[in-house]
Design a protein. Structure first.
Length: 325
């Protein structure tokens, strides 16, 4: 092994349409990576072969250098203790599929499996923006909202492995029905699709008010998305600012609940929507004391995640790095 690179781990991020695999050293540096199509709608074996194709590409690229483990960010629900993928809606080919066992058998190295937010939270704790903190709450805000909890360097899984579903905490019990079946989850209120819907509603309710969002959508309100909201906001659009400000207010109430429940010593946020909301973080911090009973809320940092689109690769590697440290 090339000692200058340290111990090596392979992180794999599985989605409904792609598999990303990367070689990560024990300093959390992603040395190389590949992306392959995921085969999610046929057989379990075809899905496994798609994952193996990405792993094999990295293994071939590094030649004889051994890896200390393979960490997988897989779609849930799953059992992180056994490495069994239960019934993920995004990967319907796997039902009660022993992913960790099958990959261990194939590659003869330890394999760990967890969901993406848990693993990303661990990567941020070990190598990223939460390094040096003991009680970490991590949220990824994009097309959905996921979260992970790390206490003293270990992911908090709860009794059955299902803990950490912060995105499905209700903040409005009369709110819209979320995809999970509950009403008023923060995900249905503040994730990317909700931002687009809020913008479209504003444009419909006040058709005489000009907005750059309409220009970007070529006059078609129906195609306004969160990405368009972000572009319009960056151009100084007042309606887009209102949409994002209201989203930040919802997230403030939610983060206040998480603080009162967990008493973390750091809040880490990542994801595309989180990046869009950066200009509102100072206001979120300023308003959090109104939504918390925790007397130390002002001392809790709110920081941007270190790993962006590669959070799944880093997270998978971190699952192995902790076990191998």
């Amino acid at each position: 092994m090339n000692d200058s690179r340290g111990r090596l781990f392979l992180g794999v991020d599985i989605g409904g349409t792609k598999v990303a695999a990367g070689l990560v050293n024990d300093r959390g540096e992603i040395l190389q990576q590949v992306r392959k199509p995921m085969v999610a709608n046929t057989t379990a074996e075809a899905g496994l072969e798609a994952v193996a194709g990405a792993v094999d590409a990295i293994m071939t690229a590094i030649g004889g250098d051994p890896v200390c483990g393979i960490g997988i960010c897989a779609p849930g629900p799953l059992d992180p203790r056994t490495g069994v993928v239960l019934n993920p809606p995004n990967v319907p080919c796997w039902r009660n599929f022993p992913l960790a066992a099958r990959l261990t058998q194939r590659y003869s190295v330890p394999v760990k499996v967890d969901n993406d937010a848990n693993a990303a939270a661990l990567a941020e704790t070990v190598w990223g923006s939460a390094r040096g903190f003991r009680y970490v709450f991590y949220a990824t805000i994009g097309t959905g909202i996921g979260s992970g909890i790390v206490f003293d360097g270990s992911i908090y899984h709860g009794n059955t492995g299902s803990a950490g579903e912060g995105g499905h905490q209700t903040i409005d019990y009369r709110g819209p029905v979320c995809a999970c079946g509950k009403r008023g989850c923060i995900e249905i209120l503040a994730a990317g699709p909700a931002i687009g819907a809020r913008a479209r509603a504003k444009l419909v309710s006040d058709p005489l008010r000009h907005s750059a969002m309409l220009d970007l959508a070529n006059g078609d309100i129906a195609v306004v998305t969160s990405e368009i909201v972000g572009q319009a906001f960056a151009a100084g659009d007042a309606v887009a600012r209102e949409v994002l400000s209201e989203t930040a207010d919802l997230l403030t109430a939610w983060l206040g609940n998480m603080i009162d429940l967990l008493d973390p010593d750091v809040l880490v946020v990542g994801g595309g929507v989180a990046n869009m909301l950066k200009p509102f973080y100072a206001k979120i911090k300023e308003d959090l004391p109104e939504w918390c009973v925790n007397p130390n809320v002002a001392a809790i940092p709110l920081v941007i995640a270190h790993y962006g689109a590669d959070a799944g690769i880093a997270g998978g590697a971190a699952l192995c790095a902790i076990d191998n440290s």
